[in-house]
Every structure is written in C-alpha cells, then in structure tokens.
Design a binder for this molecule. Structure first.
Ligand code: HEM
Length: 146
C-alpha cells in the first residue's frame, strides 16, 4: 500500500508537470496573441488544478504515514527529515494555493487578455515553486525519477 502510494505520487508529478507547462505556454501565447478565452482554455487549467488536488490528497496521506516525515522531534540538521516535513510540504501547498487562486481570480476577470495573463502569471510562479520543491534524485533525498 505504502509503496503503491509513493509510486502514484511520484509518477503523477510527470502528468502534473506536462499539464502545467502546456497551460503556462498556452496562456502566454493566447495573451500575447490577443486570442479569445475559450472553454478549451478553461478546461486545460481545470484539469491541471484537478491533478494538483489529487497530488495534494496523495501527499497528505504520505505526510501522515511516511517514515521520512518527523511530526515530533524533528532534527533540523537531518536534511531528509527537514525536506519532507517542512520544505516539500509547504512549497507544494503554496503552489497548489496559487494554482487554485489563479483559476478563481481568472474567472472574475472580464477580458480574455486579463484571464490569460492571470493564469500565465499564477501558474508560472507555481511551476517554479514545484520545480524547486521536487526531491529530484540528484538532490540525494532518497527519491527516484518515477
Ligand atoms: C504539486 C504537488 C506535489 C508534487 C509534484 C510532489 C512530488 C513528490 C515526489 C516526486 C516525491 C518523491 C517520491 C519518490 O520517493 O520517488 C514526493 C514525496 C513525498 N511527498 Fe510530495 N509532491 C507534491 C505535493 C505534496 C504535498 C502537498 C505533500 C504533503 C501534504 C507531500 C508529501 C510528500 C511526502 C511525505 C513524500 C515522501 C514519501 C516517502 O518517500 O515516504 N507532497 N513528492
């Protein structure tokens, strides 16, 4: 069960990253190209947000079950414990809030350019935070590529 959840959480990162990158590029091109905001654009950011919310649920499960999270007696000198207990969790939660807020705020904007710009800005910041918060194998945090 635990291994399956870690693999699901680890693999879903790629689907999330691909969707997020497509959403950011699409919003930028349509903002600069002065294009309409279509239902396809809306669905793209919706799917991206939904995948981040699934990732949040998997992450919450792992947070309370993983041996790498130290809910009591966290030693700040322990890089792995500090990363998963604080850095990864807070960074990803901030990114998920930005993606959710970006969509909610874009809905309230009336112009197509304004909607595209809002999605572009909020999703791009979230993408950068996610890239910095992923335990890439070269960071020696005990995680793999898949
Ligand atoms: C955009 C959202 C997220 C992404 C892309 C992401 C990505 C990842 C990746 C790639 C790993 C390494 C898996 C491996 O060992 O190969 C991981 C581990 C982990 N993540 Fe996330 N994560 C996200 C959100 C969260 C959130 C919000 C939480 C907590 C509430 C969380 C908690 C954890 C924990 C506890 C582990 C360590 C699991 C273990 O190895 O025991 N993640 N995450």
């Amino acid at each position: 069960m635990q291994t399956g959840m870690i693999h699901a959480h680890s693999g879903l990162r790629w689907i999330l990253l691909i969707l997020l990158i497509i959403t950011v590029i699409n919003a930028y091109m349509k903002w600069k190209g002065e294009k309409d905001f279509t239902s396809g654009d809306d669905k793209l950011s919706l799917w991206t947000m939904m995948v981040t919310h699934i990732q949040l649920l998997l992450g919450l499960y792992l947070f309370f079950t993983s041996g790498k999270v130290m809910l009591s007696g966290l030693d700040m000198a322990n890089a792995v414990g500090r990363f998963y207990t604080i850095e990864h969790t807070l960074g990803m939660m901030l990114a998920i809030v930005l993606i959710t807020l970006g969509r909610v705020q874009a809905k309230k904007i009336v112009t197509a350019a304004g909607k595209h710009k809002k999605i572009f800005t909020m999703f791009l910041i979230a993408l950068l935070i996610i890239l910095l918060s992923i335990p890439w194998p070269f960071r020696d945090l005990g995680a793999s590529w898949f």
